[in-house]
Design a protein around this ligand. Structure first.
Ligand code: DX5
Ligand code: ZN
Length: 217
């Protein structure tokens, strides 16, 4: 399978959001990654539904929404309403993860579970066959442009093993510090989907940057 690329809008120029989304539409990007933060689950606030809704109207790529918020289960219907393809919720924010995953599916979306850097992959043993994607954070969530945490490579390998052993169909996505040096190693370790914020949006040629990420195998 070719590597999927999900550029993170957090690093875009918010005064020219429409141009940035047109760029994504015309690029080889597979999805658009949208980071919602609440100032509780993570020490930062990004954007919420008014922006998601506006973006959904112009973006032609499937929306990969990453909720860094407490009680994400309260926003399942609203997320489905904007036509999101994937709803990612944090393992650490969901007391009843199995129920939340079922509710996301019932709302017609794919369900992703996200792990903070300190949460081990084995916590997913009993849910891995129910999810469509596992999003491994390779930085502590909350900010773009941070340094990649090296341990993520081993984590990807362990997750790949767990997926193979259990016959799960889950994709592996990695988010944080994905750039020229880390991306090839991540793909080699077993990553299916690369999220990339600053490396794509701050690049002098974002089209070529996305294309280069897509070529990795
Ligand atoms: C961080 C967000 C990421 C962020 C990645 O909390 O989840 O999606 O935009 O940014 P880069 O690629 O710059 O590390
Ligand atoms: Zn993200």
């Amino acid at each position: 399978m070719k590597t999927l690329v999900s550029p993170s809008l957090l690093a875009a120029d918010f005064l020219h959001l429409k141009d940035e989304i047109e760029m994504i539409n015309n690029s080889e990007a597979d999805w658009l990654h949208l980071d919602v933060m609440d100032g509780f689950f993570v020490p930062n606030i990004s954007f919420g539904f008014p922006i998601l809704e506006a973006v959904s109207k112009v973006c032609k790529k499937p929306l990969d929404v990453h909720f860094m918020i407490v009680h994400p289960e309260q926003y399942i219907e609203q997320t489905a309403k904007i036509g999101a393809m994937m709803m990612n919720v944090h393992y650490e924010a969901c007391t009843h993860l199995h129920r939340t995953i079922q509710q996301i599916h019932a709302a017609g979306m794919k369900a992703g579970v996200t792990l903070n850097p300190s949460t081990p992959v084995f916590m997913l043993e009993d849910i891995i066959r129910d999810v469509d994607m596992v999003l491994l954070m390779s930085v502590n969530p909350g900010f773009g442009g941070q340094k990649f945490i090296e341990n993520t490579i081993r984590k990807v390998e362990r997750l790949r093993r767990l997926i193979n052993e259990t016959g799960s169909h889950a994709l592996i996505e990695v988010d944080g510090g994905v750039q020229a040096e880390t991306a090839p190693r991540l793909v080699k370790a077993g990553v299916d989907v690369l999220v990339s914020g600053s490396y794509v949006f701050k690049s002098t040629d974002p089209y070529a940057t996305i294309e280069a990420l897509k070529k990795l195998k």
